[in-house]
Write a protein that binds this ligand. Sequence first.
Ligand SMILES: NC(=O)c1ccc[n+]([C@@H]2O[C@H](COP(=O)([O-])OP(=O)(O)OC[C@H]3O[C@@H](n4cnc5c(N)ncnc54)[C@H](O)[C@@H]3O)[C@@H](O)[C@H]2O)c1
Length: 315
Amino acid sequence: MSLLDNPFDPAREAALVTGAGNGIGRAIAQALVGEGVRTVFADVNRDTVTAAVKASPRPDLAVPFVGDLASRDACDALLAAAQSAVGRVTHFVHSASPPRREADHAFAVSGETWEQMRAVNVDAGFHLARELARKLIAADEPGSFLFLTSLHAGTPRNLPHYSTAKAALAMLVKELAKTFGRFGIRVNALVPGAIAAGGFVADPALAKHIPLGRLGRSEDLAPMALAVLSNRVSAYVTGAAIVVDGGLSLTTGLSLPILVTCGSPEPRLRGETPEREDTSCLAMISALFEQQMVQPSVLEGRRCRGLGSRCWSWG
Ligand SMILES: NC(=O)c1ccc[n+]([C@@H]2O[C@H](COP(=O)([O-])OP(=O)(O)OC[C@H]3O[C@@H](n4cnc5c(N)ncnc54)[C@H](O)[C@@H]3O)[C@@H](O)[C@H]2O)c1
């Protein structure tokens, strides 16, 4: 049998996924159901959570729950509903998070928006995880919890309510991993990059800063989520932050290095002198100008002067 066969034990394991109505939470919840795991799909939006259940590979294993997880009462209602629908929850995924709006910068964000972001991400995440852990510990059963954090747990996002909530969540993962570990409950963070999933309205131009060359999709997160959640695959992984970002976090304020092939299969590095003339480079350089990947100031004073006739490298 392959190592990756049967990552879950559907007879003993059941899952609860928040934010399962859309985006990454939806993809993870549907993937869990696809592995035969009974899964509660929790979300504030009735329409989307109903659709997510319906579109899942095994709707018979998917249980919808609708409630605003900013409220402690709704969290407790979710715990009770999950217990009665699927029994003991062994796998918890916390993906719910209010929408990010670019207008909510430091001077504009309202107290209510700040509060909602913290309540859904941090307060609900802590309360649900602690109550689920209590049940697992009482039953002497192992578990695995996964929190959706963000690269902006460590870098500003111009949305202070969002980045501070995610920073808190990142530390919560470490706190819970340390405390729950002795009871066989693993706690990890899944850190998406730029995922065009709904909650983040991605500018396609961002793709040029991503080493793997494209924005992410929710489906890019689900396989890694399953691997980390699985006690068979990741039995010795806890307190980790697993980054799934196509390499976006490798990008600093500096642009990606510009490599061109200029008619040769071998990419040319900056500073290299081309072996032969190749006017196709003109089109390539023009395209890079248009994409704003090459600023005129980058070219000036460097060797890339013969735009019309000769391909020179630059950088
Ligand atoms: N998409 C990205 O690029 C990206 C990047 C980094 C981190 N993340 C994180 O991953 C998670 C999922 O992101 P996404 O883009 O799929 O988001 P999304 O907005 O598409 O989905 C979030 C879901 O949470 C639900 N939700 C919001 N408020 C709720 C509440 N009060 N109670 C219950 N449910 C509520 C929404 O209805 C929605 O279905 C989020 O925690 C997000 O912060 C996403």
